[in-house]
Design a protein around this ligand. Structure first.
Ligand SMILES: C[S@@+](CC[C@H](N)C(=O)[O-])C[C@H]1O[C@@H](n2cnc3c(N)ncnc32)[C@H](O)[C@@H]1O
Length: 258
């Protein structure tokens, strides 16, 4: 992964607000790059964690802008990305801005409350930004984004339903989905079924509890992934120093998961 774009310099952290400052806002502008702001709608009055933007997704979105290869127009439609537990959708929108075909997923309730709206209302600004970045003056199509329900528990019990998601993906991303011991194997099984050994899998989390994070790492290894933590110096952590990003790679060997 590489970036030769000067926009990705870390001075943008000056623009980052803390989660505390924005969590109560129904709508706020997220400066993904100095020239692209995303309009994020959130709801903080629900029982679901997915309806607010978490720091892990802000750090992941910036890391993707800094590290994922930006596709040129000729390559649009050739690389895919799926986001699990998208919530408000920041990670998936960042990959759309990089030119990937993105499937943003969550539980239906989160789609109905925030995700569907956030993806729809940012299409135009992402397209304009990509057209300006290409400096071609040519028309660029809307970013290829799709929002769909994907419940990890459902896929865990019904592996045959994964076919509808057309794996494998070039990128699989998720932010702040590692917080419950009970969901870790279920979540990783879903990622296993979506990936090939070539997939780049990036999972950001807020390190709140050693037990949970250690269990995540050991389960990922047990299920057949190589696991590396991205060095913290590569992350824009001004918002929250407890955020970590893990890069997983599916091993070629046969494992426990069918
Ligand atoms: C803490 S939120 C993180 C949301 C967003 N990625 C972010 O970082 O702002 C966890 C997300 O996981 C989703 N989630 C929890 N259990 C799930 C399941 N069984 N299947 C799919 N998504 C699930 C929630 O709906 C929620 O959007």
């Amino acid at each position: 992964m590489s970036s030769d774009d000067s926009e990705s310099d870390h001075s943008m952290s000056d623009m980052e607000d803390s989660e505390l400052e924005i969590k109560h806002l129904p709508v706020f502008e997220f400066p993904l790059t100095p020239t692209l702001s995303l309009t994020m709608t959130q709801q903080n009055n629900t029982q679901n964690h997915g309806t607010t933007v978490w720091d892990s997704s802000r750090v992941l979105a910036y890391y993707l802008m800094d590290s994922a290869k930006r596709l040129v127009k000729e390559d649009f439609g050739t690389k895919s990305c799926i986001e699990l537990g998208s919530g408000c959708g920041l990670g998936g929108l960042a990959m759309a801005a990089c030119g990937y075909d993105v499937v943003l997923t969550d539980l239906q309730e989160v789609i109905d409350r925030v995700l569907g709206e956030n993806v729809k209302c940012n299409q135009w600004s992402i397209r304009q930004w990509m057209a300006e970045a290409a400096m071609s003056g040519e028309t660029i199509q809307d970013p290829k984004t799709r929002v769909t329900a994907l419940d990890w528990v459902d896929i865990y019990h019904h592996p045959e339903r994964m076919d509808a998601f057309h794996p494998p993906y070039n990128y699989i991303i998720a932010a702040d989905c590692i917080y419950s011991m009970d969901l870790i194997e279920i979540f990783l099984t879903c990622i296993y079924r979506l990936s090939s050994h070539l997939s780049i899998i990036l999972i950001s989390l807020e390190h709140r509890d050693d037990l949970v994070v250690n269990h995540f790492v050991s389960e990922a290894k047990r299920l057949g992934f190589e696991v590396k933590m991205i060095p913290k110096k590569l992350l824009r952590l001004a918002v929250n120093e407890d955020v970590e990003i893990y890069k997983l790679k599916k091993k070629r060997i046969k494992t426990l998961i069918k």
